[in-house]
Design a protein around this ligand. Structure first.
Ligand code: ACO
Length: 325
């Protein structure tokens, strides 16, 4: 079997910054509530930039960081639940924009776990020999599917994209992966798609395509599943929590990270946090964080780190990796 390594990272967020104070002019909220409940201070909101534009921006930077040309890419997976179109896929739009004409392209839908699912899929393509160099992107533009009059959700999310380049190599960059789903939690986090609209089905009131969430239940789910995700990838290796330099969790809530660090007796300093600047960017949050870690030289050659995603579906996933860049 081939080994797989991350050889480049990139991220791209819209330039427009919306602070908590700014949001308090739109809905009845305030900086104190948002900061203390979530850790979020500001988020980036698209001024019309599409998900494929954000994804392409992140992809270009990841290729540059990897030092490879677009023709080298033979697989592009975009994890998103806010595509520009049902058809064509966001991945095909990225392919066109970055001129990666040798790639097979498709999107993957797993909400905030999307990046971990896509990473796992790219990993399996390379392990099997079907692919050599894969571009794995997490990109979302939640601002277009939020109910901006619902203060319990609209303050939580932001727009952005992150990408990694995976390549076949001799070093074991990806050590273990774990994913899971539970469709019985389907109502906890939802965003309806288009309704039936044909002469052959009864007329129905189309639900609005906006996000709704049972915040308390999702919080409970996340603080239970994240420790399991960490334990599962460690279980399939010889490492313990002590050996891990960094934990890069989906950035959904800073309080969640505090609770998990206490629950697992892991120093909170080991949890990478950038939620104060971006809010919850869904599939993009983990690769954006990873790109910051890479650009700031935080991980050194040989360091072990764990990624954990969780979200709507319900879905979850984790990866244990070793940094070789
Ligand atoms: N500003 C001010 N007050 C607010 C706001 C707001 N933006 N939102 C809600 N409130 C009020 C509520 O109306 C409620 O008031 P009441 O007591 O008078 O009824 C009060 O604040 C408390 O509301 P709760 O919902 O109980 O607040 P809680 O402490 O549970 O925090 C939060 C809410 C931050 C959403 C939390 O439940 C959470 O983080 N949940 C997990 C969310 C998450 O991780 N989502 C991402 C999942 S990943 C994906 O796939 C999208």
């Amino acid at each position: 079997m081939n080994e797989v390594q991350i050889i480049g990272t990139g991220s791209y967020v819209p330039a427009q910054i919306i602070t908590n104070d700014h949001l308090s002019t739109i809905v009845e909220t305030n900086d104190e509530w948002i900061s203390s409940r979530t850790g979020i201070k500001e988020r980036r909101i698209s001024k019309g930039e599409t998900t494929s534009a954000l994804a392409s921006g992140a992809a270009k930077k990841a290729l540059e960081d990897a030092g490879i040309s677009p023709e080298t890419i033979d697989l592009i997976i975009v994890a998103t639940m806010t595509p520009d179109y049902f058809m064509p896929s966001t991945a095909c739009l990225v392919q066109k924009e970055i001129k990666a004409y040798n790639a097979t392209c498709f999107d993957l839908s797993a909400a905030c776990s999307g990046f971990l699912y896509a990473l796992n899929t790219g990993y399996q393509f390379i392990r099997s020999g079907q692919s050599n160099t894969a571009l794995i992107i997490g990109a979302d533009t939640y601002s277009k599917i939020l109910d901006w009059s619902d203060r319990s959700t609209c303050v939580l999310f932001g727009d952005g994209a992150g990408a990694v380049v995976l390549q076949k190599c001799e070093n074991k960059g990806i050590i273990a992966m774990y994913t899971g789903s539970d469709g019985r939690g389907d109502t906890l986090l939802t965003c309806p798609a288009v309704a039936h609209n044909s002469p052959f089905s009864p007329a129905i009131d189309a639900p609005k395509s906006v996000v709704s969430m049972d915040g308390k239940e999702v919080f409970r789910f996340a603080t239970t599943i994240v420790p399991k995700c960490i334990e599962e990838v460690l279980k399939s290796s010889s490492y313990t929590t002590e050996d891990i330099k960094y934990y890069v969790l989906h950035q959904a809530n800073a309080r969640m990270m505090d609770l998990i660090s206490k629950k697992m007796n892991i120093d909170i300093e080991k949890f990478y946090k950038n939620i104060e600047r971006y809010g919850n960017t869904s599939a993009a949050s983990i690769p954006i964080a990873l790109d910051e870690i890479n650009q700031n030289g935080i991980l050194k050659k040989g360091d072990l780190f764990i990624l954990v995603g969780f979200g709507g579906g319900l879905t979850w996933g984790s990866a244990l990796l070793q940094w070789h860049k």
